[in-house]
Design a protein around this ligand. Structure first.
Ligand SMILES: N[C@@H](CCC(=O)N[C@@H](CS)C(=O)NCC(=O)O)C(=O)O
Length: 262
C-alpha cells in the first residue's frame, strides 16, 4: 500500500495535537508525523506538521496458505477494488494442535474474516456479509433469495468435490467425474435463463464469485468439464476478463487449486 506525504496545519484551543487527531482520524488510515512546529495564528494555538499517510487494509482474511474456502471472497474483494491483509497458519501445525489461536476460533476452524474490529467465521456467511456491504445481493428480496439459492447450490458442489478429492479420490474419482455434468447442469440452466450473463438479475452478485471459484477447482481435475455447457463457458470468460479480477488472477495472491496426491 502506497504512502503519501502531506504538510498540514491545525488550530486548537485546549487539546494536544495527538488527541485532536485521534478524535477524528479513521482507523483505516495510518499517519506518521515526522516534524512539528508550533505556531500562533490569530491568537489561537496551532501546529504545522509534516506527515506520511498510509491506507491500512480494513479487511483481514485469516486462513491456511492453500486454495480453499477464501478464494471466492478474494475474487469479490479484488473485483470491488478493496484491499485486504492475509494472515496464514500452517495447516500441519493447526492439525498437530500447535496453534493456540485455534482455541479462540468459534468453530475451531478457518477462515476467519475481520472488518476492522468486527470478526466472523463461516465462508458463506462472510460472502453474504460482503454481498450486503458491497451491494452484491440483488436488487430486491426475490433476487436475494435466488442468489442464496444459487450460492447454496455452489456450496453443495464444493462439498461433494472436497469429499471426493480429500477423502476418496482413488476409489471415487471415476464415479465422481462421470456424474459431474449433472452437478453443473443447474447452473447452465440458471445462466441460460438470464440474459445478463450472471447467475441472477442484471448485475454481479457474491454467488457469481463463488461459482467461478468452484468451476476453476473442478477444471483442475476435469479440464473439459464445461465443454458441453456454453453458458457456463461464457460466464467463466466474462468473469475472468473483468479488469480488476484479471489483475488478481495473474497475481501471486491467487492460488492454484489443490490436486491429489496430497
Ligand atoms: N463451514 C465452514 C467450514 C470451514 C472448514 O472446513 N475449514 C477447514 C479448512 S477448509 C478447517 O479449518 N480445517 C481445520 C480443522 O477443522 O481443524 C466454512 O465454510 O467456513
Amino acid at each position: 500500500m502506497k504512502s503519501s506525504t502531506y504538510r498540514c496545519c491545525i488550530t486548537m484551543r485546549q487539546m494536544s495535537l495527538s488527541s485532536s487527531l485521534i478524535a477524528f482520524w479513521p482507523s483505516s488510515v495510518s499517519m506518521t508525523i515526522f516534524s512539528i512546529s508550533h505556531l500562533d495564528i490569530c491568537n489561537r494555538r496551532a501546529f504545522a506538521f509534516d506527515c506520511k499517510v498510509k491506507k491500512v487494509a480494513q479487511y483481514t482474511i485469516t486462513y491456511f496458505d492453500i486454495r480453499g474456502r477464501t478464494e471466492a471472497m478474494m475474487f469479490l474483494l479484488a473485483d470491488q477494488g478493496c484491499e485486504w491483509k492475509d494472515v496464514y497458519y500452517s495447516y500441519q501445525d493447526w492439525q498437530d494442535g500447535k496453534v493456540e489461536f485455534k482455541k479462540t476460533t468459534l468453530f475451531g476452524q478457518l477462515p476467519m474474516f475481520a472488518d476492522g474490529d468486527f470478526t466472523m467465521f463461516q465462508s458463506n456467511a462472510i460472502l453474504r456479509y460482503l454481498g450486503r456491504k458491497h451491494d452484491l445481493y440483488g436488487k430486491n428480496n426475490k433476487e436475494a433469495a435466488l442468489i442464496d439459492m444459487a450460492n447454496d447450490g455452489a456450496e453443495d458442489v464444493r462439498e461433494k468435490f472436497y469429499k471426493c478429492l480429500y477423502v476418496e479420490w482413488e476409489t471415487g474419482k471415476e464415479k465422481y467425474l462421470e456424474n459431474l455434468p449433472n452437478e453443473l447442469k443447474p447452473f447452465e440452466r440458471l445462466l441460460s435463463q438470464n440474459s445478463s450473463g450472471f447467475l441472477v438479475g442484471s448485475t454481479i452478485s457474491f454467488a457469481d464469485y463463488n461459482l467461478l471459484d468452484v468451476i476453476q477447482n473442478l477444471q483442475a481435475v476435469a479440464p473439459d468439464c464445461l465443454n458441453s455447457f456454453p453458458h457456463l463457458k461464457a460466464f467463466q470468460e466474462k468473469m475472468e476478463s473483468r479488469p480488476k479480477l484479471k489483475v488478481f488472477l495473474q497475481s501471486d495472491k491467487h492460488k492454484a487449486p489443490m490436486l491429489p496426491p496430497f
